[in-house]
Write a protein that binds this ligand. Structure first.
Ligand SMILES: [Zn+2]
Length: 214
């Protein structure tokens, strides 16, 4: 996932959204629960609905059509896609529609494990004015960092047998691994060892990935 530039974020607000949608966001942000578009009357409700569709479309290719945290495919019919607020909208409602604070995650990572937690943010009270600072996040930020510099999902299917693991490369990768419990997504049905190496080590060697993670 490449870093989202200021220009890219500006393009979304000024070119992708239209005037009615920008106005609807302003109305929503003045309310108690800006993200709950169903609670507004038309035309605000309809406009917020199309804003959410545009947010999803905008981020879909940015995350390579995969959950920004576990990297499972969002095109898999069994995986439900959520718009993910990196800084939880319940903690900072002003960031509810901030395209830089948004990405796409699977419902598992978003709802089951991340939720309203702020453990991954350094000093959430002051984050709004420092949103683009990479040092403020203990996880790879979907719009700042390249995920694969920190954590690599390795998934191999051989016939009916599945192998999935996550290679943790940096402390941020390890933090995310623990934060959304990626250990629970690891499976090893491929009971093979080549030269004493496990499948992920063999794959890492073939792809020339860092061998000694965390
Ligand atoms: Zn996920």
């Amino acid at each position: 996932m490449p870093e989202m530039t200021e220009q890219e974020a500006q393009y979304f607000v000024e070119q992708v959204l239209d005037q009615d949608e920008r106005s609807a966001i302003n109305v929503a942000l003045a309310s108690q629960n800006p993200w709950k578009h169903e609670s507004f009357n038309d035309p605000v409700k309809t406009n917020l609905g199309t804003v959410k569709v545009k947010i999803k479309n905008f981020h879909f290719e940015r995350v390579s059509r995969k959950c920004c945290y576990c990297r499972r495919s969002l095109e898999d019919a069994s995986i439900e896609t959520d718009r993910e607020h990196i800084v939880p909208k319940g903690k900072k409602k002003s960031l509810s529609y901030d395209i830089f604070n948004l990405s796409l995650a699977c419902k598992r990572c978003n709802m089951t494990y991340k939720g309203e937690k702020v453990d991954h943010i350094v000093d959430v009270d002051t984050i709004e004015s420092d949103l683009r600072n990479p040092d403020r996040y203990l996880i790879p930020h979907p719009n700042i960092h390249s995920y694969e510099d920190h954590l690599i999902r390795i998934s191999v299917q051989y016939g009916a047998q599945q192998f999935t693991s996550y290679r943790r490369i940096t402390p941020q990768g390890q933090f995310l691994y623990d934060f959304v419990r990626l250990d629970k997504l690891c499976v090893d049905e491929l009971d093979i060892a080549q030269g004493g190496k496990k499948v992920d080590e063999v794959v890492a060697q073939i792809l020339d990935l860092p061998l000694d993670g965390i």
